[in-house]
Design a protein around this ligand. Structure first.
Ligand code: SF4
Ligand code: MG
Length: 331
């Protein structure tokens, strides 16, 4: 079966004050049917820009300058905006970090869900209203009839997030892109949200691309994981391999910095330093300034993403078997 999503060499630039800077730098990945792919990394690594590039929602300052995004075999970067609109919010849906920015403040909740149904189904008005109310119930919002007529600002953050999920469910997507869908929510609501995504996935067989910095969420939800750093994929593996045998020092750092429940949720470790800004990426390995294992070559030459014997892939000179790190092929 062909993958639902195939991203090849995706490169995205943003217009800075003076010039365009690369934010996503030639990334490749696929999402198979029914699969949940996690994308992890600190903020500023290009995770959200990757998803906005796929959705073609970059805004006027962002631009995909190279690569292909094959959704169900079709390069959606080549589609007319009109065609793209029939896919977006239909076969391809996205839920965002901050739902307030993606809900229309002047339309009632019922009207917004109704519009999704109107756009993507042939249901009549009464039937749309019934379906919308049922969707509101399904995402666990009490008093669905009342909420149907409410405006977004009258709802809590958690409720708005549920509305976003209801809208995504309304269109039964093949692929749901969820960008930090639970970050702003408290732990209980977070768990409910993830439960909803799981239910929807089981019910419809949809694929999910889940962007998160929370490795607990990854462990619970994902089949496979990509780790991004400074615009690149630096490691990819199935979830068990990644969590048990992380290879890249950055991934190891992320796993070590997960707060320990046994210590009252305290963080015992944090990776020193900060993610470099786009436009200020170091010449060699982009993680080198923060890496405790950096070698001379790391500051000079950029490592490639190499396939490992266990099926994972890693971009680090420590895992390069060519001998370059020992200087054997340096002239
Ligand atoms: Fe660290 Fe070098 Fe590996 Fe980069 S390539 S992660 S600097 S060891
Ligand atoms: Mg983000």
């Amino acid at each position: 079966q062909p993958p639902v999503l195939e991203v090849k060499g995706l490169t995205t630039e943003f217009l800075g004050r003076k010039k365009a800077v690369t934010v996503v730098d030639g990334i490749d990945f696929t999402v198979q049917k029914g699969e949940t792919l996690g994308i992890v990394g600190e903020s500023g690594c290009g995770k959200s820009v990757t998803s906005l590039s796929i959705m073609r929602l970059l805004g006027k300052n962002g631009k995909v300058v190279a690569g292909r995004v094959l959704f169900e075999g079709k390069d959606i970067l080549q589609l007319e905006e009109k065609e793209m609109r029939t896919i977006r919010g239909n076969r391809l849906a996205m839920i965002f970090q901050e739902p307030m920015t993606s809900l229309n403040p002047v339309l009632t909740i019922g009207r917004q869900i109704g519009e999704v149904l109107q756009l993507h189904t042939s249901l009549g008005q009464e039937e749309r209203k019934r379906r919308a109310t049922r969707l509101i119930e399904q995402v666990g919002i009490p008093r669905a009839q009342e909420i149907y007529g409410e405006y977004p600002h009258r709802l809590s953050g958690g409720m708005r997030q549920r509305v976003m999920i209801a809208m995504a469910m309304a269109c039964r997507p093949q692929l749901l892109i969820a960008d930090e869908p639970t970050t702003a929510l408290d732990v209980t609501i977070q768990a409910q949200m993830l439960g909803l995504i799981r239910e929807m996935r089981e019910e419809t067989g949809m694929s999910v691309m889940l962007i998160t910095h929370d490795l607990g969420v990854v462990a619970e939800m994902c089949d496979r994981v990509l780790v991004m750093y400074a615009g690149q994929v630096i490691e990819s593996a199935d979830v068990r391999t990644l969590l048990r045998h992380p290879k890249h020092p950055y991934t190891q750092g992320l796993i070590r910095s997960v707060p320990q429940h046994s210590r009252g949720g305290k963080r015992l470790y944090a990776i020193a330093g900060n993610v470099p800004s786009p436009g200020e990426w170091p010449a060699g390995c982009r993680f080198a300034p923060r890496c405790s294992e950096a070698m001379p070559i790391c500051h000079q030459r950029r490592p490639e993403l190499l396939n490992m014997p266990d099926g994972s892939a890693c971009r680090c000179w420590l895992h390069d078997a060519s001998g370059a790190a020992e200087g054997r092929d340096l002239h």
